[in-house]
Design a protein around this ligand. Structure first.
Ligand SMILES: Cc1ncc(COP(=O)(O)O)c(C=O)c1O
Ligand SMILES: N[C@@H](CCOP(=O)(O)O)C(=O)O
Length: 464
């Protein structure tokens, strides 16, 4: 399996290279040269596999021969053994034809653990094999950061620099990052938004000298390996509900377009997906695109679902590449126009092609709170605000006669203030995190300026 860049000017790489390189050297994002295919008979045979055994089969298609199967299998077993629920990604029925897939049973209580717990192990394996060291640089709106830190803390070959937007995460999210005092972990609060932080990460990758000097590696979903690992749970849910003999829809709370893009890949690989419902909060650039073809930037507004307070959705470029007929030049030109004018040029035919699989909607904070309240009243289940956005939009846009699985992306205890506003009770953190609010914190604050960031990394990395 080989990988190519959405902008068509970066070298073709194998999985291990893509894992370490992260972002293409032409500024593009890597994706497979061709989509692996899984036929209906194979899917039927895979019914009933454990989560880890399914992950081994799917990840092998993406990893190819660059990692020995026995090593990959061992890393996958270790990864999902660390989850708190025996089913790893359990499905819970909320109502007729409506399910939530709980993706928050990993160490940091959000769906990011599915990929990042595996990535931590993959990084170690590949760096060890080549006797190299690396610097991870990532941006977070709250959940990727803690999942990356948990996965990579105390790893001898890695330094980890995580940028979060100052004051724009929940307190639990911030503390999950800043109370990890391991010497290889460096938390930085940026005076700006998540979009500013993500731009800084991309700009640092764009400086080839810096990138090569420190051995820069990505943990955001710009890294293909992140997306690959997230494809697995779409198959897991689909198989549990009757795939390949029954199509299902997914409603996915969306910000950076990584999670729902993994669903798109599952569909491209052969999972019968009736619709992928893109559910945003008031930061609705993606909902506007899939409803009206309008991908135009607007300022980021803080909401009760802060992890989705994003208006430049990184992975959208991967879908755009397919919509543009896999033409790297055309994709690069469209992104450059978006950057220059704030509006993405797309044709009506491209929008129609996207709408064949995707639908979308947005839910504001009032709707988020009322959905948490309603679902609690109906079922006793407590949703986090991101999942509530997924349920609200899923209910609005549900295709008739098709079961909808809402991706439940975070544990409600990560957002106790929002949940309390909705139902008057604060969900408790798991016992292992009960003292989180008392633990000492460590982080630096920097301006949203990439040269300051690069100097900070040069002077704080240990791997020299
Ligand atoms: C809890 C939660 N839900 C949903 C999302 C949106 O996921 P994506 O950015 O992959 O669209 C995120 C972060 O991005 C998140 O942390
Ligand atoms: N919501 C994310 C934003 C970063 O997204 P990623 O999937 O590209 O890492 C977060 O919690 O940080």
């Amino acid at each position: 399996m080989h990988y190519i860049s959405t902008r068509g000017r970066a070298p073709r790489l194998d999985f291990s290279e893509v894992l370490l390189d992260g972002l293409g050297r032409d500024g593009g994002l890597y994706l497979p040269e061709t989509w692996p295919q899984i036929d209906a008979d194979t899917l039927r045979r895979w019914r009933g596999l454990s989560y880890a055994d399914l992950a081994k089969r799917i990840m092998r298609l993406f990893v190819g021969t660059t990692i020995a199967p026995a090593d990959l299998d061992r890393m996958i077993d270790d990864t999902y053994r660390g989850f708190d629920h025996r089913a790893v990604a359990p499905l819970k029925q909320l109502g007729p034809d409506e399910w939530v897939m709980e993706l928050f049973h990993g160490p940091t209580l959000a769906f990011k653990d599915f990929a990042l717990q595996l990535l931590g192990r993959l990084f170690d394996h590949v760096l060890d094999r080549s006797d190299r060291r690396g610097v991870i640089l990532g941006a977070t709106s709250g959940d990727t950061g803690s999942a990356a830190i948990e996965a990579c803390r105390d790893r001898a070959r890695l330094d980890v620099f995580i940028l979060h937007p100052l004051g724009r995460t929940s307190e639990v999210q911030r503390r999950q990052m800043t109370t990890v005092l391991s010497p290889n972990i460096h938390n930085i609060a940026i005076q700006g938004t998540f979009d500013d932080a993500q731009d800084m990460v991309k700009a640092a990758f764009g400086d080839e000298g810096f990138r090569d000097t420190v051995g820069l590696t990505a943990i955001n979903s710009i890294n293909w390996a992140r997306i690959a690992a997230q494809v697995v749970y779409y198959f897991h849910a689909g198989l549990a509900l009757g795939a390949p003999d029954r199509p299902i829809a997914f409603s996915v709370p969306t910000g950076n377009f990584g999670d729902v893009y993994a669903g798109y890949i599952a569909a491209r690989m052969g999972l019968p997906v009736a619709k992928l419902i893109v559910a945003t909060n008031e930061n609705d650039i993606l909902a506007r695109f899939f409803r009206d073809g309008d991908y135009s930037s607007a300022g980021v507004r803080p909401t009760l679902s802060p992890s989705m307070d994003i208006q430049v959705a990184s992975n959208f470029e991967r879908l755009l590449f397919d919509l543009k007929g896999r033409d790297g030049e055309a994709t690069a030109a469209a992104i450059a126009t978006f950057r220059a004018t704030g509006r993405l040029p797309v044709t009506p035919a491209e929008v129609a092609e996207a709408q064949a699989l995707f639908d979308a909607g947005a839910a504001d904070d009032t709707r988020t709170l009322s959905t948490i309240r309603t679902v609690f009243g109906e079922t006793g289940e407590i949703l986090d605000p991101h999942t509530a956005v997924g349920v609200a939009v899923g209910r609005d846009r549900k295709p008739a006669g098709v079961p909808v699985v809402v991706l439940s992306t975070a544990h409600p205890a990560k957002f106790p203030d929002a949940v309390e506003r909705a139902i008057g009770r604060r969900p408790a953190l798991p016992e292992r995190m009960a003292d989180l609010m008392e633990r000492p914190e460590r982080f630096e604050t920097l301006e949203a300026d990439v040269s300051g960031l690069k100097s900070h990394i040069m002077s704080h990395r240990r791997n020299v």
